[in-house]
Design a protein around this ligand. Structure first.
Ligand code: 7RM
Length: 570
């Protein structure tokens, strides 16, 4: 921020586009953003927030969220942004894991036609958060809220009383910039820790090079700041580069499915970055929502979050990019901090559905199940990274061993990504999807164990197993196999109770698409569920289960296959 004041203080740093297209967008210059960040940094200091303290942000996509993130960074406090679609329980778990001192939220958020009351979710969560001293609330929806005297404070009042001067706290390069929780194969979500210098180097380097950002470009990444894509490519990457970044409060379907393209034309967006799931959802609505818009400002398109299918790639290329915009399919993870395998726009040869080549400096490799590196071309294996990179995960908050276990022990000396990957005849990489128990629903990572834990909270559930299955819009959907204590329950009733439980423990995004009640689960003699078989059944592949010799009771599989007609869909 301070760097850009010298050269671009009047330049627009942030264009904020509200949920309601009739509300005025905001253009915030680098100078104004800097001023607001300084003011809010002083607010944080006045509340006793010091270097190293954790601050939780549970906010809508409004400029105050960007200001809050950058203010934490300015004073050396560690931000932990929690996506505002997570439930009170999920929020509480994250606050307690890292013992946040302060939470910043809003009265509510506007998402399409919906109004979400965030403050009441925060109230519910922080009843059981002993570390929280204060809650700062931005007024956005003007919904009625409960303000607890002394604990709850209003953003606007604190900002009015604050002042514009706040030096940035000097930090060591390896000190922590932020924590972001993400799901894995087992247990509760872990707090991925990123460092000050390395993370920012990775975010800026990848932003500039992959998108081939040019001074003056207007750039829009549609991700929510609650996810890593929002951290790295709505806030840090573009703002470190001195770019103009668009921040959108709403959803692609409101007021209709042309909203993205309306915004592209309105703000003359040059670089546009979104998820395959959004492309597929918009494609499904037909071209009537695209043709009214010119889209002639676009120069570069990007995708992230999940594998993109050929059809969606072609649609994006033809109808949005008008066959003249390179598409950068960027593979990376919360843990990698920034893009790892991606084309450089206009430089790397494109190949639909391929993330193509590693960024300069990144050393990917494929390994087989025994841990041997697979050399050569036209091969497939588990994707690892052989050599460290600036923005790599530093630890998992509060549990360094877990970080070693999860990422560095499967293949000694290498970072294991959890993804399967192909390398073609040209040496190009194509990520095929997760090889662990993580499901990718609309680009959001959901751990099967987390969903199972929520389902198992139901009194009548004996056991459950959750897998992903191919979904035409979401990429993957969640399929739950559930054993009940008795068979005479009303299945529809139990289904809605299960859905409520998942919503309560995680959030609406983790609700199963399909629930099948079964009498048993396919297990090995040692009692491990064979998910491979369940994944096949969930995908409708019921003819060839491969090697079933390890099954304790092969008959279980036939029973599950035969009772598929009893599956209940959301
Ligand atoms: C940035 C982000 C990470 C997981 C990752 C993959 C999948 C992400 C791509 C992709 C195929 C891509 N972080 N993934 N990008 N798969 N092609 N271009 O999404 O931590 O939330 O998810 O997402 O499985 O391991 S994340």
């Amino acid at each position: 921020m301070d760097r850009h004041l010298k050269t671009s203080s009047e330049k627009t740093a942030l264009i904020w586009e509200p949920n309601n297209p009739n509300e005025e967008p905001k253009h915030i210059s680098y100078k104004e953003l800097h001023r607001n960040v300084c003011r809010f940094s002083n607010v944080l200091k006045s509340l006793g927030v010091k270097k190293g303290d954790r601050v939780c942000l549970y906010m809508p996509m409004i400029p105050e969220l960007t200001v809050a993130v950058l203010s934490c960074a300015r004073i050396g406090a560690i931000h932990s942004v929690v996506f505002a679609g997570f439930s009170a329980q999920a929020l509480q778990d994250r606050i307690n894991d890292s013992e946040c001192k302060l939470i910043i939220t809003a009265d509510g958020s506007f998402r399409g036609e919906k109004v979400l009351n965030l403050k009441s979710i925060v109230d519910e969560a922080i009843q059981y958060c002993g570390s929280i001293e204060h809650c700062i609330m931005v007024e956005r929806t003007k919904a009625e809220v409960n303000l607890v005297p002394d604990r709850d404070l209003l953003w606007c009042e604190l900002m009015n009383e604050s002042n514009d001067y706040c030096d940035a706290t000097e930090m060591e390069s390896e000190e922590t910039l932020f924590i972001l929780y993400t799901s894995g194969s087992t247990g509760k979500p872990k707090g991925v820790v990123h460092s000050i210098a390395g993370y920012m180097v990775g975010a800026e380097y990848s932003f500039r090079n992959v998108f081939q950002y040019q001074e003056g470009d207007v750039y829009w990444c549609t991700a929510d700041i609650g996810w890593i894509t929002g951290h790295s490519y709505v806030i840090y990457g573009p703002l470190l580069s001195g770019a103009t970044t668009v921040m959108f409060e709403g959803v692609p379907s409101h007021p209709d499915y042309g909203r993205f393209w309306e915004i592209v034309d309105k703000h003359k967006v040059n670089i546009f970055y979104t998820a395959p799931t959004a492309i597929r959802a918009l494609e499904a609505q037909g071209l009537d929502f695209v043709t009214p818009y010119k889209l002639d400002s676009l120069k570069v398109l990007g995708t992230v979050g999940e594998p993109i299918n050929e059809e969606a790639w072609q649609w994006y290329h033809t109808h949005i990019g008008k066959e003249k915009c390179p598409i950068v399919d960027t593979w990376w993870q919360t843990e990698t901090g920034g893009m790892m395998i991606a084309p450089l726009a206009g430089i790397t040869k494109l190949k639909p559905t391929y993330a193509t080549l590693p960024l300069p400096g990144v050393q990917p490799c494929l390994v087989d199940d025994k841990g041997n590196e697979i050399q050569g071309l036209n091969v497939e294996g588990n994707l690892c990274i052989k050599y460290p990179w600036p923005s790599m995960i530093r630890t998992t908050y509060g549990d360094h061993n877990r970080c070693k276990e999860v990422y560095f022990s499967a293949y000694p000396g290498k970072y294991f990504t959890g993804d399967g990957c192909k390398r073609d005849a040209d040496g190009f990489y194509r990520i095929t999807g997760r090889v662990d128990d993580v499901i990718n629903v609309s680009g959001h990572r959901i751990g099967t164990a987390e969903v199972e834990d929520a389902i198992n909270q139901h009194q009548e559930v004996v056991e459950s197993a959750v897998v992903g299955f191919p979904h035409s819009i979401k990429g993957q959907g969640i399929y739950a196999f559930v054993i009940l204590s008795k068979i005479e329950f009303n299945p529809n009733e139990i289904c809605s109770q299960i859905n409520e439980l998942v919503k309560k423990h995680i959030g609406p995004i983790a609700r199963p698409e399909k629930i099948q009640f079964v009498s048993g689960l396919p297990k090995t003699r040692s009692g491990k569920i064979i998910r491979r078989i369940l994944r096949k059944i969930a995908s409708g592949e019921i003819n060839n289960f491969g090697d079933t010799s390890t099954l304790l009771d092969p008959e279980v599989v036939d029973l599950i296959v035969d009772s598929r007609n009893l599956t209940i869909s959301k």
